[in-house]
Every structure is written in structure tokens, then in C-alpha cells.
Design a protein around this ligand. Structure first.
Ligand code: MLT
Length: 309
């Protein structure tokens, strides 16, 4: 009988490829996390997932585009702590609201923040770094991925603890910012671990500390900020998938199930852990948990960050 037939949409979705917008340059942390997880989700869903890198304005250009996209399950966004929380206080004229304009799908990864520098930056450890940046503030170039990006707000927090205001050098993502750091064109950066592990292991950059209470298994030799003498600097970002508001609950459920399955896959987990990510547990993967995270993160960052304009 008709009563037993599931909605046509849920039965057939997806019937064509899905696009997820990444609000930063290819090769950076958001792009890397999105690629690892969506490759597995595509297998589950039986359709390819195309990554579209849309850069600019600390990720808010892309997030505005995603908010305005059709809510049919074929355009998604892989956002993060910046696009879906810190941008709210920083951009008074933000054209979207993370809570009102999106359906949360799933948290994908936690990404601890590290204080990184070009290989030949003079300070040898975090104590020397603190002394050096206080003494040379006007000369410093701190790279970031645009106002409201994770690298920007993480270093804003660091700078407020150190009571300094160095000049920031914006890039379209910390992928290109990392290239500049490796090339010695900028001095330091507060970046997500997934972007840093390969470079730290290759010895092309310096890592002063990881801003988490415990060391990360992917970087056993990098001290925590607690060990290195700056315990107040604690920072971990997160990456998550969202759909435009009004996307049907059946589609959200199907995407959430595919994301959860990816996070349980051994190969996906191994890759994420090699890059230092924190993999969300089952209770943290629900759309409801992501909605709560976004709400709490907006509340957390609003008093810390002043408008940029
Ligand atoms: C990126 O993918 O480039 C980053 O997530 C940028 C950032 O927010 O620092």
C-alpha cells in the first residue's frame, strides 16, 4: 500500500554527484579533511562528491554561497570553527547566520592548533618565542587564512595573551600560507595540525608547541603549551559538514549516516590520526550535537573577538 512507501526523495537520493564547497584553498586543512572523509562517503552514497574550493574573506564568501544554494542535498559545505562561529562577531554584516541558514550534518574532525614558524626564525623554544615577538612586534609577519579563519582567530587569542598586535598577512587558506612559511616569506602561524604534521616531520618548519592539554600522538616530540610555559594558550578547531537550511531530514540523515560510516572506517581513521586529527565519537557525530557545538562556539568567541570592520 501507499502507506508503506518511503518518500521518493529518500528512496532515490542521491541520483547524481554531490558538491561540497570548501571555503579555502586546495591542499589546506579543511580541504584535506573534506577529501579524506567525502571519498569514503561517496562509496556509501553511490555517487561522487566533488570538492569545490571557493576562497576569500576568511571563508565567508564560500559560506554565503552555500547558504544561498538550493537545499536539495546536492550542494553542501565543509565549514569550521571560523566560518560557522568566529565569523559572527568579526563580521557585523555577515550575509548568513551559522545557526539560522544551515542544517548541521556532522562534525568531521577536531584539529588542535600549533604555534609554527619558518625554519630559520631565531627563537629556539616557546619561551624565546614569547620574548622575541614582544621585542620585535613591528617587524613580524604572522600568516593567516583571512579574517575569521581558524589561523587568524587562534593567533588573535595568542596575541591577546601576549598583549601584542603584529601585522597579519592574509592568504586564501593555510595551504598557500604554509608554502610561504616553508619558503621563509612569513615568520610564524597558528595553524591546524593536519596542515603541519607533514612539514614538521620533513623539518621544513619549526613547531614551538601544541595548544592542547596533552601531546598529540602524531607529533610526540612537540611539547604542549602547558609544558612549554604558556598554559593559557589552549586552542583546538573543528571541521564539520552543513547543508543549506531546509534540506530535508531524510537527506540530512542519509548524509549523517555516510559521514559516521566514514569516521568508523579503519583506513579513514588511520589517515586522520596520522595527521593528528581528533576523531569525533558517536555522541559527537549527530546533527543535534553539531548544532549545540555551533551555538556554544559562537557564545565562546563572541566576547573574545572584536569586529574587524
Ligand atoms: C584552510 O583550510 O586553509 C584553513 O582551515 C584555514 C584556516 O581557517 O586557518
Amino acid at each position: 500500500s501507499l502507506g508503506l512507501v518511503a518518500p521518493a526523495e529518500a528512496q532515490t537520493y542521491p541520483t547524481r554527484s554531490i558538491t561540497t564547497i570548501v571555503p579555502f584553498a586546495a591542499g589546506g586543512p579543511t580541504d584535506v579533511v573534506a577529501r579524506i572523509i567525502t571519498a569514503h562517503m561517496a562509496q556509501t552514497l553511490g555517487q561522487s562528491i566533488i570538492i569545490e574550493n571557493v576562497v576569500g574573506a576568511g571563508g565567508t564568501t564560500a559560506t554565503t554561497r552555500a547558504a544561498r544554494a538550493a537545499n536539495d542535498g546536492y550542494t553542501l559545505i565543509t565549514g569550521h570553527m571560523g566560518t560557522h562561529a568566529a565569523s559572527v562577531p568579526l563580521y557585523p554584516k555577515l550575509a548568513y547566520h551559522p545557526e539560522k541558514d544551515f542544517e548541521p550534518i556532522a562534525l568531521l574532525a577536531g584539529t588542535p592548533i600549533l604555534i609554527l614558524a619558518r625554519r630559520d626564525f631565531p627563537p629556539k623554544d616557546l619561551n624565546e618565542f614569547v620574548t622575541y615577538v614582544k621585542a620585535n612586534t613591528e617587524k613580524l609577519n604572522a600568516a593567516h587564512a583571512g579574517v575569521g579563519s581558524v589561523s587568524h582567530v587562534s593567533c588573535e587569542l595568542l596575541h591577546s595573551i601576549l598583549d601584542i598586535k603584529p601585522v597579519g598577512v592574509p592568504f586564501n587558506g593555510t595551504g598557500p600560507a604554509m608554502n610561504a612559511l616553508v619558503a621563509g616569506q612569513v615568520d610564524y602561524m597558528c595553524d591546524q595540525i593536519v596542515n603541519a604534521v607533514p612539514q614538521i616531520n620533513a623539518g621544513t618548519i619549526k613547531a614551538y608547541a601544541i595548544a592542547t592539554p596533552e601531546r598529540n600522538p602524531s607529533l610526540p616530540n612537540v611539547p604542549t603549551t602547558v609544558e612549554a610555559g604558556l598554559p593559557k594558550f589552549q586552542a583546538q578547531a573543528w571541521n564539520a559538514m552543513f547543508a543549506p537550511k531546509g534540506t530535508s531530514p531524510a537527506i540530512v540523515a542519509s548524509l549523517n549516516a555516510a559521514a559516521a560510516k566514514a569516521l568508523d572506517d579503519e583506513t579513514v581513521r588511520k589517515r586522520l590520526l596520522e595527521l593528528g586529527s581528533v576523531i569525533p565519537g558517536p555522541a559527537e557525530r549527530t546533527p543535534e550535537a553539531l548544532a549545540t557545538l555551533v551555538k556554544n562556539e559562537i557564545a565562546k568567541w563572541t566576547p573574545v573577538l572584536k569586529p574587524a570592520t
